[in-house]
Design a protein around this ligand. Structure first.
Ligand SMILES: Cc1cc2nc3c(=O)[nH]c(=O)nc-3n(C[C@H](O)[C@H](O)[C@H](O)COP(=O)(O)OP(=O)(O)OC[C@H]3O[C@@H](n4cnc5c(N)ncnc54)[C@H](O)[C@@H]3O)c2cc1C
Length: 394
C-alpha cells in the first residue's frame, strides 16, 4: 500500500509528490496523459515571487517580463513598466516535466496513461479504481490527493462540490512580426467581461489567447484576424487549445483521507485566471499537513482540516476581493472601461500603483482596494452607477 496516491501530474500534484517523497513517504502519481505536460492550455506567466519561492528551474523560463501594454476597447493605450523583471514566461510543458522530475528524483512513482475513475475512502485506507491502457487497475493508499485540475468529476462525486463559477480560456501559438512586449486587450467585442492577450515567447513566436464565458473560439478567431490586419502576426492558421478556469474555490477541500489541491480546489486568481503560483502555495501547505497527519496516523477530517484553514487564511480574503473585482469588471460597458483608462492615466494612478512597492503581480486585492478607493475613480464610478461591494468580508 502507498502512503500517498496523487491523482493528476500537473504542477500542484507533482509538487505535493515532490515534498512528500522527499520526506520519505511512498508516493504514487496517477496521470491520465500519455506524456506529462501534453496539450496544456496555459500561457505560463508566473511572478518573480513564484520563481524565487519555488526555485523554478532556469531552463524552463522562456523570457522575463517587466512591461505590458494595455489597450482599452477604443484603443487607448496604458503602458505599465518597472525597471526590474516582474514575471517570467515558462514553457508550460517543460515546467510540468521539471516539477515531476524533481518528484521522481526523490522516489515518487509515476503511472502515465492511468485515468482514475473512482475513489473510495475506507476507515483504514483509500481504494482507487483506475483504467490503464483499457484495463482496470486498483491502487491502495493511506491518503489520496486530488490534483486533477479544472472539470474533473472526482471531487464532486466525493461530496466536496464543484466549481460554482468558471470561465473558458482558449489560446493559440502564432508567428509574430516585431512583437516584443506583452499586450492585453479589453472590450466586449474582444473578450466580453474578461480580456485577451498577445504574449511573445521568443523573437518570432507568441501565444494569443482570451477568456470568455461564451464562444471563446469565435472571439479568438476574430482577434487573430485583427492582429493579422495590424501586421502583428504572420498568419491566422493556428490550432486553438481550450481550458476551463475555476473562478471560485470549492466549498470544502478535504475530508477523511482526502485533500483537493490546485485548480481542482479552485485555488486560482479570479482576476487573471492565473493558478500556477496559488496551486503551488496550497500544494506546499497540503504536503506539510499530510506529513503531520501521516506521522500521527490521523488521516480523519480532524487531522486534515488544518490544510483547509491554512490555505484559506493565506488566500481566502484575496480570492474574495478579486472575485468581487471580477464581477464588477464584468458589468462594465466599453464606454465605462474607456473612461476608467482615461481616469487612471490623467490622474497618474498607474504611476502611483507602479511605485507602490507593496503591490505585486500575485496579490491583486490590495491594488483593487486602492484603485477603487482612489477619489477620482470612486467619484466616476458613482456617476456610472456601478457599485463595487465586497459583500461579507472575513
Ligand atoms: C488559457 C489559459 C491560460 C492560462 N495562463 C496561465 C498563466 O499564464 N499563469 C498561470 O499561473 N496560470 C495560467 N492558467 C491556469 C493554469 O494553467 C492552471 O492554474 C494550472 O494548470 C493548475 O495546475 P494544476 O496542477 O492544479 O492542474 P492541471 O495543470 O490542470 O493538472 C491536472 C492534471 O490532472 C490530470 N487528470 C485529470 N483528471 C484525471 C484523472 N481522473 N485521472 C488521472 N489524471 C487526471 C490531467 O491530465 C492533468 O495533467 C491558464 C489557464 C488557461 C485555460
Amino acid at each position: 500500500m502507498y502512503d500517498v496516491a496523487i491523482v493528476g501530474g500537473g504542477p500542484s500534484g507533482s509538487y505535493v509528490a515532490y515534498k512528500l517523497a522527499a520526506m520519505g513517504y511512498a508516493v504514487v502519481v496517477l496521470e491520465q496523459k500519455e506524456k506529462l505536460g501534453e496539450r496544456v492550455c496555459c500561457t505560463g506567466i508566473i511572478s518573480q515571487e513564484c520563481v524565487e519561492s519555488f526555485a523554478i528551474d532556469n531552463n524552463v523560463i522562456l523570457r522575463q517580463v517587466n512591461s505590458a501594454r494595455f489597450f482599452s476597447p477604443s484603443g487607448r493605450l496604458l503602458r505599465l513598466w518597472r525597471q526590474e523583471s516582474q514575471a517570467c514566461i515558462v514553457d508550460r510543458a517543460a515546467f510540468d516535466v521539471a516539477v515531476a522530475n524533481r518528484a521522481q528524483g526523490k522516489g515518487a512513482e509515476y503511472v502515465l496513461n492511468c485515468s482514475v475513475k473512482d475513489i473510495e475512502s475506507k476507515d483504514d485506507r483509500v481504494n482507487i479504481e483506475a483504467i490503464l491502457f483499457g484495463e482496470r487497475l486498483d491502487f491502495e493508499s493511506r491518503v489520496v490527493v486530488i490534483a486533477t485540475g479544472f472539470g474533473s468529476k472526482l471531487s464532486e462525486g466525493l461530496g466536496l462540490g464543484k466549481a460554482s463559477d468558471f470561465v473558458i480560456g482558449t489560446q493559440a501559438q502564432v508567428e509574430t512580426i516585431g512583437v516584443d512586449e506583452v499586450e492585453v486587450f479589453f472590450g466586449q467585442e474582444i473578450a466580453p467581461g474578461f480580456f485577451a492577450w498577445l504574449v511573445p515567447i521568443s523573437q518570432s513566436k507568441a501565444l494569443v489567447g482570451l477568456l470568455s464565458r461564451r464562444s471563446p473560439g469565435l472571439y479568438l478567431k476574430k482577434l487573430l484576424s485583427a492582429l493579422l490586419a495590424e501586421g502583428k502576426i504572420a498568419s491566422t492558421e493556428a490550432e486553438l487549445i481550450y481550458g476551463g478556469i475555476p473562478l471560485k474555490p470549492l466549498a470544502r477541500t478535504c475530508s477523511q483521507r482526502l485533500i483537493v489541491v490546485g485548480d481542482a480546489a479552485g485555488q486560482v486568481k479570479p482576476t487573471t485566471g492565473g493558478g500556477i503560483y496559488y496551486g503551488l502555495l496550497c500544494a506546499d501547505i497540503a504536503a506539510n499537513t499530510l506529513h503531520r497527519a501521516l506521522e500521527n496516523d490521523n488521516l480523519s477530517i480532524k487531522g486534515l482540516v488544518s490544510y483547509e484553514r491554512q490555505w484559506r487564511r493565506k488566500l481566502g480574503q484575496e480570492l474574495k476581493i478579486d472575485y468581487y473585482a471580477r464581477k464588477f469588471f464584468e458589468r462594465l460597458s466599453d464606454r465605462h472601461t474607456d473612461r476608467i483608462f482615461d481616469i487612471i492615466e490623467s490622474n497618474g494612478i498607474d504611476k502611483a500603483l507602479l511605485k507602490a512597492e507593496d503591490l505585486s503581480f500575485d496579490w491583486h486585492g490590495e491594488a483593487v482596494l486602492r484603485l477603487m478607493g482612489h477619489r477620482a475613480l470612486s467619484k466616476a464610478l458613482k456617476t456610472m452607477k456601478i457599485p463595487f461591494h465586497l459583500g461579507e468580508r472575513g
